[in-house]
Design a protein around this ligand. Sequence first.
Ligand SMILES: [Cu+2]
Length: 130
Amino acid sequence: MKKILIAVCLVAVLALSVAFSLGNNPITPAVEPKADVVIPMSASRPGCEKTNWCFTPPEITIESGKTVTWLNNDSGLHTVTSGYYDKPDGMFDSGHIDPDRTFSYMFEKAGDFHYFCNLHPWMEGTVIVK
Ligand SMILES: [Cu+2]
């Protein structure tokens, strides 16, 4: 009985140490969400529009039927909203995207689709669907 208890304890200690070392391994890469367009850090401050990086890249070309994924890499909230700030067209609207979260939309028809962030009017981008 004593031997079994000792064996069980040894296995438990081994399992815990393996779990601990895996969790603390600095080489383990963080899982990066896949993104086609990134909202970079500080896009919430005016200025990114001057050199056009509020959405990076500001213009993306895809084939119809493809999905575009936006990643909010900033520390604040953003939206991806179709149309123009003074004239949203209702095609898509992400709502508030939390930091490190993504929004995806599938484009079924060809055309140039302008979008913006409804919290930061200077943030604009275009999806060109062929
Ligand atoms: Cu924004």
